[in-house]
Design a protein around this ligand. Sequence first.
Ligand code: XBP
Ligand code: MG
Length: 257
Amino acid sequence: MPQLQALIFDVDGTLAETERDGHRLAFNRAFAAANLDWDWSIDLYGELLEVAGGKERIQFYLDRYHPVFQPPEAAVGDLKSWIAALHQAKTAHYKQLLTEGVIPVRPGVRRLLQEARAQGVRLAIATTSAPENAIVLLETAIAPDAQSWFEVLAAGDIVPAKKPAPDIYFYVLQAMQLDPQACLVIEDSPQGLQAALQAGLKTIVTVNDYTRHQDFSGATLILNHLGEPDRPFEVRAGDAGETTYFDLALANTLLQS
Ligand code: XBP
Ligand code: MG
């Protein structure tokens, strides 16, 4: 079995808990600014997370709750471009929220990234979210130069089919010329897990409030978070041995198991 060569990180829910107090609020701010009386509550948003991607999520919401919706008179073009414009406004609100510093990085993430950099383990991002969102999150929540830590930042519409399709992971493997057996993925959602597994990648899941009760069959290890030396993780499924926080030694053991 090969040694670990790369870690591939999902962004939303994995690097930081961005969904409830980040993306959700940004969607609602964009709706209000567009004079729409839509309000995505915490519970409703949990339901809408079934569909990855902001534009796809708006379309899913319309199909389910406003099936006969017509864009306002003034909107130019078809529904798809109207959604794209609304989503662009949402992205601006989201980036503004991030610069306010409301979203902290999850436990263990910065430590693991630093350990990987120190040991020459390559890093990549595979996210459904827009690239600019991922970049601002890296800069604001992790480090001003954190974008440069990642060799590939695969995001948003770079592949046409979003998670649970495996395309974004195939994209990363191709761009970095990596064998999937030499990589580990960190994800937080069943859609992300499915995408990674279909690309032949072993996956560690760190659950969050929205995903803790979901089905993660096929994951190599399921944790509440990556943990820190003074903040042990809880193992939800899988075998972490005696380890209490996720580090490269554990990553290598899991890769070779
Ligand atoms: C999570 C998502 C994203 C965000 C919204 O992506 O589903 O769609 O909720 O992002 P991942 P955009 O966990 O793969 O990072 O509005 O920018 O699409
Ligand atoms: Mg995610």
